[in-house]
Design a protein around this ligand. Structure first.
Ligand code: HEC
Length: 150
């Protein structure tokens, strides 16, 4: 009982030690977070893309598993675009913070396309997967052209 109480107290202490509102302690943490999320999303999207392009043999189960992860990851990078993170080790253009509504719309578009790719991948239909990979890829490119430095 006593040990349980100690553990519970320690846990409560740990939770209070976390920053209350801010999700990231430092601006660099937010930049690192969004880049990591993009990297993992792109890795899994790329595996489906390679099948769609015929560079690797089509494996329906692998396509579905990778699309599922990519669709989950597509929800994450955006939280890392916090205020005060337009400079430093980043390719994000400052326009993201002056054009926020358009940037957010572009982020939603990619999430929607990735969700459709996830549905297509579950269907196991390669033609549908190809179409969805193309649409998703277009949505990535549209945002990169506007909001990512070379
Ligand atoms: C709404 C805008 C937006 C969309 C949509 C978007 N990206 Fe990006 N992406 C960015 C920005 C901005 C950066 C630069 C991040 C930085 O350097 O801080 C970036 C960076 C990246 C990186 C490099 C990460 C690193 O380690 O530096 C990869 C890979 C990437 N994106 C892949 C994708 C893929 C794949 C998609 C589509 C499935 C996508 N992105 C959709 C804006 C977007």
């Amino acid at each position: 009982m006593k040990r349980l109480l100690v553990a519970a107290t320690a846990l409560a202490g740990l939770i209070t030690a976390l920053p209350a509102a801010a999700q990231f302690q430092k601006p660099e943490d937010a930049v690192k977070y969004r880049k990591a999320a993009f990297t993992v999303m792109a890795a899994h999207f790329g595996r489906v893309g390679a099948m769609a392009a015929g560079r690797v043999p089509f494996d329906a189960a692998a396509a579905a598993a990778n699309a599922e992860i990519a669709a989950s990851m597509a929800k994450l990078p955006w939280a890392g675009f916090t205020d005060g993170t337009s400079s430093g080790d980043t390719r994000a253009k400052p326009e993201i913070w002056t054009d926020r509504a358009k940037f957010d719309a572009a982020a939603s578009k990619t999430q929607d396309e990735m969700a459709k790719l996830n549905v297509a991948a579950k269907s196991g239909n390669l033609d549908q997967i190809k179409a969805a990979v193309g649409a998703t890829g277009q949505s990535c490119k549209a945002c990169h052209d506007a909001y990512r430095k070379e």
